[in-house]
Design a protein around this ligand. Structure first.
Ligand code: BG6
Length: 508
């Protein structure tokens, strides 16, 4: 994992973006490259090649992306810095081509050869698949057939540098499809050439979990079943499915969020300390953690679908009334589960996970509840119950860490109140503008795979949720819709914790 501010520019290289006109390129990749230019962390020599099926010139492509970047920056009241933009723009070439046709890859090969000659790119190429997942296998296969992904060695006496491939989410839609995709990629590429993105790992606050746990003497000794009662991980969204009705109908909240984003949060929180920050050491510890998770059953999970309601001050329609959604849809827009990790550190400590659309607020946190102190000392006092201590890692928004503990309320009586100590990123650090992809792209350019998912991790995650996906596919949810837009989710999710004598933290 790189610390951007202390790094030097990556080696010269070409970045080829498949899906050059897509949303991801506009919203995240180009702004991230612009921000890397701001911190002088673009490759010392860069050729940025955009591939997509439309016909357009490089000038048109560059102009459109500049307009879009201006809109992204305007959201933070920023204007484009022309000098920085020129650094990105001068490297840009558009190649029109069909992802399925071999000619596209021949033209790409020729173009990369020319650019390499002109710009001394040392044969290094990063291919970025910013396309719909149905193209992942096709593109990898065609790149392979065109001889574009063989790294190292030489090609017709020309030096071939690194060849890496970034694959976006979704990586499969179940265990079988994830395995098939891995097999398809591995036919042409070695595992170390494949960078599977989970954009949650690009978030500073997620990376900070490792800093908090392993960079402090305070937390790790109490990070276990002796001191921790349970963990709650919440990824709540206030938005609905927006324009993605079709995608959501086929995907649902569980597939969309849990085996990837939420499991990565579990892994960062629960993995054992690695022997080094080397990618393989960290990934091995994560893999071990996944192996220790108990098999899930349907009684460990809850699903929900939003009805109409009020979110913020606005009326929101029911999921079944959204565009491209069936009026009888059984797709879940909410999922909650109880995970048990069967190892020495976590045995008996439940991890409760929940995620959903159209909840009361957008808010992601990992809340660690410590075991309560014995009440004995307070028996002769008015204190009849002790609040538990909580450590709350706030991932977004209001990024920070909060420690809740009991303090004596001033006055003659012994009365306790839960108080908080708080660290907020924005108060401590003057943060450079970022879209969350800067570290991921930079790390890939320098060959650091720490923040990317290895094949076995992706498969282990799908394997874990497989019984639930199967069970849900075979039973019709009877009470859908079962939570109002703007609420905290279905009541069945409360029952999941109530069974264990616990309750969710408020989403606030
Ligand atoms: C995506 C999901 O992976 O993550 C979306 O497909 C979800 O449904 C998004 O809204 C949440 O990401 P973030 O960074 O906005 O919390």
């Amino acid at each position: 994992m790189s610390m951007l501010s202390h790094k030097s520019p990556p080696p010269p290289c070409a970045i080829v973006i498949f899906g050059a006109n897509g949303d991801l390129t506009k919203r995240l990749i180009i702004p991230a490259l612009y921000n890397l230019a701001r911190t002088q962390l673009l490759p010392s020599s860069l050729a940025l090649v955009g591939v997509d099926h439309n016909k357009k010139t490089s000038e048109e492509w560059t102009g459109q992306l500049k307009d879009f970047l201006a809109q992204v920056l305007a959201k933070n009241n920023e204007e484009i810095d022309e000098m920085l933009w020129r650094q990105v723009a001068r490297s840009m070439t558009f190649l029109s081509g069909d992802f399925e046709k071999p000619e596209t890859y021949q033209s790409l090969k020729d173009l990369l050869g020319e650019l390499d000659e002109k710009q001394a790119l040392e044969g290094n190429v990063l291919f970025y698949m910013a396309v719909a997942d149905r193209f992942f296998g096709t593109i990898a296969g065609k790149l392979g057939e065109a001889g574009l992904v063989e790294s190292g060695g030489s090609d017709n006496n020309k030096k071939v540098g690194f060849r890496r491939l970034i694959v976006e989410k979704p990586f499969g839609h179940d265990l079988a499809s994830a395995k098939a995709l891995n097999a398809c990629l591995r036919k042409w590429l070695k595992e170390e050439q494949i960078y599977r993105i989970d954009h949650f790992l690009g978030k500073e606050t997620v990376q900070n979990i490792m800093a908090l746990r392993f960079g402090n003497g305070l937390f790790e000794p109490i990070w276990n079943r002796d001191r921790i009662d349970h963990v709650q991980i919440t990824v709540a969204e206030s938005i609905g499915v927006e324009t993605r009705g079709k995608f959501y109908e086929a995907t649902g909240a569980l597939r969309d969020m849990i085996p990837n984003h939420l499991f990565q949060l579990v892994a960062m929180t629960a993995m054992e300390p690695p022997v080094s920050f080397d990618a393989e050491d960290i990934r091995a510890k994560k893999a071990e953690m996944f192996k220790a998770i108990h098999c899930l059953t349907l009684s460990d999970v809850v699903r929900g679908q939003y009805d109409s309601g009020i979110v913020g001050d606005e009326k929101a329609k029911a999921y079944r009334a959204e565009a491209n959604v069936s009026p009888e849809s059984t797709a879940e827009t909410y999922a909650a589960m109880r995970l048990m990790i069967d190892n020495w550190r976590w045995a008996g400590v439940p991890f409760y996970l929940r995620t959903g659309k159209r909840l009361t607020k957008r808010y992601t946190e990992i809340a660690i509840r410590f075991k309560s102190a014995p009440l004995a000392l307070f028996r002769e006092t008015p204190v009849d119950e002790l609040d538990a201590d909580w450590l709350i890692l706030r991932v977004q928004p209001d990024e920070g860490i909060r420690l809740r503990f009991n303090a004596k309320r001033p006055g003659p009586a012994m009365a306790l109140e839960s108080v908080a100590m708080e660290f907020k990123y924005k108060d401590y650090f003057k943060q450079a503008p970022a879209v969350g992809y800067e570290t991921l792209i930079y790390d890939c350019l320098i060959g650091d795979a720490t923040l990317f998912q290895r094949a076995d991790q992706v498969e282990a995650a799908w394997d874990l949720v497989a019984p639930v996906l199967e069970g849900w596919a075979n039973t019709t949810p009877r009470h859908f819709p079962n939570y109002a837009a703007g609420s905290e989710g279905p009541s069945a999710a409360n029952d999941l914790l109530a069974r264990d004598g616990r309750s969710w933290r408020r989403i606030s």
